[in-house]
Design a protein around this ligand. Structure first.
Ligand code: AP5
Ligand code: MG
Length: 213
């Protein structure tokens, strides 16, 4: 990667499946000062559009495995052209990805949102996502006003194909094996803040705002 370093607020949201990375990112980018880069969302778009990248990524995503580093790093690099800070959601996910990111972006903070596997399965089997704007709902914890319809844009809500209990468990294992080493990686750099993800989204957001300010 080769993009000029900028002095902006650059955050990483680190956490396993269902930790609430997307939910907290939505809140953080709400004021328009930060650009949201969610590698899972971008990959799902590529899969839907049946691009070369999407066709390659699909087989990994369906199994709850990581898409190869070179594909993901290249995909992120193409988006590092904003004049704002970034909220990286679900990236980096391996030490190799983190080292690539270090070369082009000065990170200010890595928020590790922590939940256990049982909670992940509970949340993800009841998650719904807007097919138009991507807003995140939950049939237990965050219901839309009208069933199956997005409150914001009226789009149809859908269930992600990797939100099946077996794949959720595989994604959690992948997190523990391949992504959890980043906790120590960023702790050693003095960038890590740990956040208890098993609380109300608003409480977590308030704590994040305090950490940032
Ligand atoms: P990705 O889309 O990033 O999935 P993930 O990491 O498994 O995380 P999720 O999006 O499932 O969870 P989240 O933390 O965003 O939680 P959310 O806010 O939605 O990646 C998918 C796949 O793409 C990967 O498996 C991999 O194959 C590939 N991929 C992506 N990035 C990659 C990379 N960098 N390298 C290689 N491969 C990559 O919340 C979940 C639910 O809980 C929602 O219903 C929400 O309403 C609810 N909720 C949120 N917070 C709370 C709370 N505090 N209390 C109660 N409910 C809550
Ligand atoms: Mg997400």
């Amino acid at each position: 990667m080769s993009v000029g370093k900028e002095k902006k607020l650059n955050l990483v949201l680190l956490g396993g499946p269902g930790a609430g990375k997307g939910t907290q990112a939505e809140k953080l980018v709400g004021d328009g000062n930060l650009t949201h880069i969610a590698t899972g969302d971008i990959l799902r778009e590529e899969v839907d559009r049946e691009t070369d990248l999407g066709l390659q990524a699909k087989e990994y995503m369906e199994k709850g495995e990581l898409v190869p580093d070179d594909l993901v790093v290249n995909m992120v690099e193409k988006r590092l052209n904003e004049d704002k800070g970034y909220v990286f959601d679900g990236f980096p996910r391996t030490v190799n990805q983190a080292e690539e990111l270090d070369e082009v972006v000065d990170l200010d903070l890595v928020l590790y949102i922590k939940i256990d596997q049982e909670e992940a399965v509970r949340r993800l089997s009841s998650r719904r996502v807007c097919s138009d704007c991507g807003k995140i709902y939950n049939t237990i914890f965050k219901k839309p006003n009208r069933e199956g319809i997005c409150d914001e844009c009226g789009g149809e809500l859908y269930q992600r194909s990797d939100d099946k209990s077996r794949v959720i468990r595989d994604r959690f294992d992948t997190f523990l094996e391949e992504t959890a080493p980043l906790i120590e990686y960023y702790r050693e750099k003095g960038l890590l803040e740990e956040v208890d993800g098993k609380r109300e989204p608003e409480t977590i957001n308030s704590e994040i705002q305090e950490i940032i300010s």
